[in-house]
Design a protein around this ligand. Structure first.
Ligand code: HEM
Length: 153
């Protein structure tokens, strides 16, 4: 009997939460509170802006990358990045730029360039004294975009 109970409980736990509402009769999901811990950990919009400003400066100053960002509108790039990071970390912003695949399409970004760019981001996060745990989470988030940005791994 106990075994059976455990089996039923295990099955229920495995079910996707919406599974029982497949007929549309389930009560509407409770409004979820946005998790903005990462956004707050970065210091909100001012904190993110400070990191992105520093980051853009490092990108422009890196001789190995200057070719990449020479023709780019850095003000638009910075605004896009602030909005994107703000939105993705739970902040009250809306990113209206292109998706990462379209924004970097045809650039032939290499894996090495991606690593260099991420290296600059980490330097900026440290320069702005972002908490190491927050740094780790943000870097993880950015790393997850690699597949949409790098065309020549
Ligand atoms: C996780 C890493 C990266 C993120 C989050 C990111 C994010 C962005 C964003 C938000 C934009 C603006 C798009 C728009 O407003 O439509 C952008 C543009 C751009 N990105 Fe990235 N990027 C990353 C990596 C890279 C790398 C590795 C390179 C090249 C080495 C690169 C080169 C560029 C350039 C040149 C532009 C400007 C394009 C233009 O002016 O039309 N990005 N990126």
């Amino acid at each position: 009997m106990l075994r059976r109970l455990i089996a039923v409980a295990a099955l229920a736990a495995l079910m996707p939460s919406g599974a029982l509402g497949a007929t549309g009769t389930a009560a509407p999901a409770k409004e979820e509170k946005k998790d903005d811990a990462l956004f707050k950990g970065l210091g909100g919009v001012p904190g993110i802006t400070a990191v992105v400003d520093d980051f853009a400066g490092r990108l422009s100053g890196d001789a190995k990358l200057t070719g990449r960002f020479k023709g780019a509108d850095m003000a638009a790039f910075k605004k896009g990045l602030v909005d994107q990071i703000c939105q993705q970390t739970g902040g009250p912003c809306t990113y209206t730029g292109r998706d990462m695949k379209s924004a970097h399409a045809g650039m032939g970004v290499t894996g090495e360039e991606f690593r260099m760019v991420m290296g600059h981001m980490i330097e900026s996060l440290r320069a702005k004294k972002v908490d190491p745990k927050v740094e780790g989470k943000l870097v993880g988030m950015l790393l997850s975009m690699k597949g949409s940005i790098v065309e020549n791994p």
